[in-house]
Design a binder for this molecule. Structure first.
Ligand SMILES: Cc1cc2nc3c(=O)[nH]c(=O)nc-3n(C[C@H](O)[C@H](O)[C@H](O)COP(=O)(O)O)c2cc1C
Length: 260
């Protein structure tokens, strides 16, 4: 549904494009064919993704490409026994990586010790933007996949598997392969509920949550998945009523992300 107002209607601009259509069709894919994913394909995806914008041009991220079965098996266990992690032809680990920045600082006798939260955040944002760009570039080639936040179940164990040096941590992973399933699109919360004009309108939240609970329950039932009438709010409460990954701050500290 449109959220355009009278003043913003503009009939002279096309409202569809290859990118917009790609995004509207995008869905997480957890089953892949046995067809290999060549290094050329991964290079094409990552070289496009690395054109993503980056805070102050710091480019504070790196990617570890994992094909080795033993490593994927280990990562599968760490991420909560996610089978697709073991079965994906290739796993890309998107890392926040401060080594380049610190290398530059060291040339001037400086370092990142005693830095603050901003530096942890910008490197994490940088890695995420590159990851999303890679995900879309892969999608555009018909190569589908799934982001894996389960790497933060045990950030230090993942760092060990990937051989990460200090000042590098894996923000999320990405399974990529040629799709062996075509999942139905999962509905999203509405534009009307999540977009505000000029000032934030907090008054519309409850009606919007009710509508989304129903839309998601309808979706899950249509694909034969058990759910409750309050599908989304129940699910979020189940997952987040106690803090998750409580040891993350300590793990990041040990990995060189010890920022105020
Ligand atoms: C940062 C991030 C981490 C995610 N981690 C996992 C994961 O560990 N396992 C998984 O099965 N899906 C994971 N997902 C996929 C989400 O569950 C999925 O995007 C969401 O349910 C919406 O479904 P859709 O992508 O099919 O629209 C992750 C997505 C993101 C963005």
């Amino acid at each position: 549904m449109s959220i355009a107002t009278e003043e913003t209607l503009d009939n002279s601009v096309a409202l569809e494009s290859e990118t917009i259509n790609l995004l509207h069709k995008r869905v997480s894919v957890r089953k892949y064919t046995d067809e290999p994913v060549s290094s050329e394909v991964i290079d094409a995806v990552l070289s496009a993704a690395f054109r993503a914008p980056t805070s102050s041009n710091i480019q504070a991220y790196s990617v570890v490409i994992v094909r080795d079965q033993a490593s994927k098996d280990e990562l599968s266990v760490i991420t909560g026994n996610q089978r697709h992690v073991a079965r994906t032809p290739v796993f890309l680990a998107f890392c926040a990586d401060l080594t380049g920045m610190e290398g530059a600082l060291k040339r001037h006798g400086h370092n990142l010790d005693d830095n603050n939260m901003e530096i942890g955040l910008v490197s994490t944002i940088d890695a995420s933007l590159a990851g999303m760009a890679a995900y879309l570039a892969a999608d555009s080639l018909g190569l589908h996949g799934l982001m894996i936040g389960g790497v933060r179940n045990d950030t230090k164990a993942v760092a060990r598997v990937l051989g990460l040096p200090p000042r590098v941590y894996c923000v999320f992973g990405m399974c990529l392969g040629w799709p062996a399933e075509a999942p139905t699109l999962k509905p999203r919360r509405s534009l009307e509920g999540m977009v505000h004009h000029e000032k934030y309108d907090a008054g519309k939240l409850n009606a919007e949550l009710d509508a989304y609970d129903k839309a998601l329950a309808d979706h899950y039932r249509s694909i034969g998945k058990d759910t409750t009438d309050a599908s989304w709010t129940d699910d979020i409460d189940d997952k987040f009523n106690v803090p998750r990954r409580d040891d993350l701050r300590a793990a990041l500290k040990d990995l060189g992300f010890n920022f105020r």
